[in-house]
Ligand binder design. Structure first.
Ligand code: BMA
Length: 318
């Protein structure tokens, strides 16, 4: 078993979210957290959904990644006007620190599409928009935690697949690059969904972690079962350190799938949606990692593994 769920699950539920009038009062759900380890502990940006199905981003922090202190305010995002369209929801933040600077990449639902919005931050509480991919329908944008070949790199996921009655989805993860983390251009495809198997539709999960074996990427894979019931799982792959369009290995099996009652039932059933992967104590293959994920679009779950176990899961049968 690659991931072991911690006993303290679900880690964050709506009961942990304080009322923040007038925005957040007795919310419906908290899920898909952005997570990053900083010099100042583990920082989170929680996706909180109200009973009006409005989305607010609430910061949280933790020393050990488990005891979480949730802020009593919503995060500020300045400069959203740059999107140039009405933004219904800003969500599924992926957080990074690159050369000491904090970043977030958000998905932004606009009429008929989804944009990626990149923002800078010094405290993971206030964000300033620096770039918008205005002409593309994309989701699941994640930054690499360091520049590669002098450039910022990002994994993103074009929304090219129509699901009946649902927002656009996608079946390929792409690499993009940037000189300034604001304006992005595509480099090439990284990996595609595998029809008939666990990961028919895919998207990057948390920002990749550097390992000696390559960039360790946890991604989400969706089994569509002919659209009768979508099952969201987590898969793992290794990308070449110098050229991440090259997939070194990719596991055949998922490494986490909905099994617990709080993953199987909720606002959207059968969903584990990984968005944070943090290296804790230890060295090399023994490094302990914590995976944070939205469960059933209702709560936040956490599971632990090691770098070595995840590399093995990507390589075995991959
Ligand atoms: C995806 C995204 C996620 C969500 C998941 C399951 O397409 O919209 O934000 O958690 O579906 O509903």
């Amino acid at each position: 078993m690659t991931f072991r769920r911690l006993d303290r699950n679900p880690l964050i539920t709506r009961d942990d979210i304080p009322d923040i009038p007038p925005h957040v009062i007795d919310p419906s759900s908290v899920f898909n957290p952005g997570v990053v380890k900083t010099d100042d502990g583990v920082r989170f940006l929680l996706r909180v959904q109200t009973r009006g199905r409005r989305t607010f981003l609430v910061p949280a922090r933790s020393e050990d990644g488990i005891d979480i202190e949730v802020a009593d305010f919503v995060a500020d995002v300045d400069g959203l006007d740059a999107v140039g369209e009405e933004v219904f929801h800003l969500y599924d933040a992926r957080l990074s620190v690159i050369d000491g600077q904090g970043y977030a990449v958000f998905a932004a639902d606009v009429p008929g599409a989804c944009r990626l919005v990149t923002a800078k931050t010094d405290d993971f509480e206030r964000f300033e928009v620096i770039g918008v991919d205005a002409n593309e329908d994309l989701r699941n944008g994640v930054l690499f935690p360091e520049k590669v070949g002098g450039r910022y790199l990002r994994l993103d996921r074009p929304n090219e697949v129509d699901l009946p009655g649902q927002p656009g989805s996608g079946h390929r993860i792409r690499l993009s690059e940037s000189d300034d983390a604001a304006t992005w251009k595509p480099v090439g495809p990284v990996m595609a969904g595998r029809w008939h198997y666990f990961d028919e539709l895919i998207g990057a999960g948390p920002p990749p972690l550097r390992t000696d074996a390559g960039w360790l990427l946890v991604y989400h894979g969706i089994a569509t079962h002919f659209a009768s019931s979508n099952i969201y799982q987590a898969g793992v792959a290794l990308l070449d350190l110098c050229d991440p369009t090259k997939v070194i290995a990719r596991g055949i099996d998922n490494v986490l799938e909905p099994r617990e009652p709080w993953e199987l039932t909720g606002q959207v059933p059968n969903v584990v949606f990984p968005t944070g992967l943090v290296a804790m104590e230890g060295e090399g293959r023994e490094t302990r990692v914590l995976l944070y994920y939205g469960a059933a679009d209702t709560v936040v779950g956490v599971a632990e593994s090691t770098i070595g176990a995840l590399i093995d899961a990507a390589v075995e049968g991959g």
